[in-house]
Write a protein that binds this ligand. Sequence first.
Ligand code: BGC
Length: 253
Amino acid sequence: MTATRGFGIDIGGSGIKGALVDLEKGQLIGDRLRIDTPRPATPDAVADVVAEIVTHFGWDGPVGITLPAVIKKGVSHTAANIDPSWIGTDADALFAKRLGRSEDDIAMLNDADAAGMAEMRFGDPAARKGLTALLTFGTGIGSAVFLDGKLVPNTEFGHLEVDGHDAEKKAAASVKDNEGLSYPEWAKRVNRYLTVLENLIWPDLFIVGGGVSKKSEKWVPLLDIRTNVLVASLQNNAGIVGAAAAAVEGIEH
Ligand code: BGC
């Protein structure tokens, strides 16, 4: 049986968003529900919000859930922009228990990996050929790398050291806001970051995503790098869509 509907939840530093997803079109069905991320965002507090969202939609099928963290076999291993108590948490087991499901019905994955999976399935077909690197610019920088459409999970290129700094501390979209940078000023930093990255992995294509990709005309044309740059087509909902797809396809790593 091929499911045509799925359910995805995207856990971020400021909000937790969930929605029903049409897996043929790669679009949300109806409105998404967003609830502020609890503070502190401990695993138990976040699990309560996730359960509230799933209950709100009356969904009883498999659930895909993203975290801004390295996820291996359902366990979260990092916490750059989330509560440190996530490190070592078996997120798969936590959400399965809280949602009354088996662990097979929960797909945990990194937020950028989820966004990338959505782009691979529903975005520009050109991205499925060769080496594509998707970068999400938000609170941090997330990365998702695909070879001929197949994910190389947990790449964490947002933490590449660039000119002596953790890249996301200089080039994330949040830094633009916090330091009051203009688009041209921020684009320079993104340019430097992408230059370092392209010299290391020689991708065929970069896809840039995250909320700031909605204003792509203000900064993408300023980039002067070797690799072609495409703007993500799913933008804000890519994480939800990718998570829902992962839950149905049973993709775990
Ligand atoms: C985290 C990544 C995440 C990215 C975007 C980084 O700080 O280490 O796991 O994908 O932020 O949220």
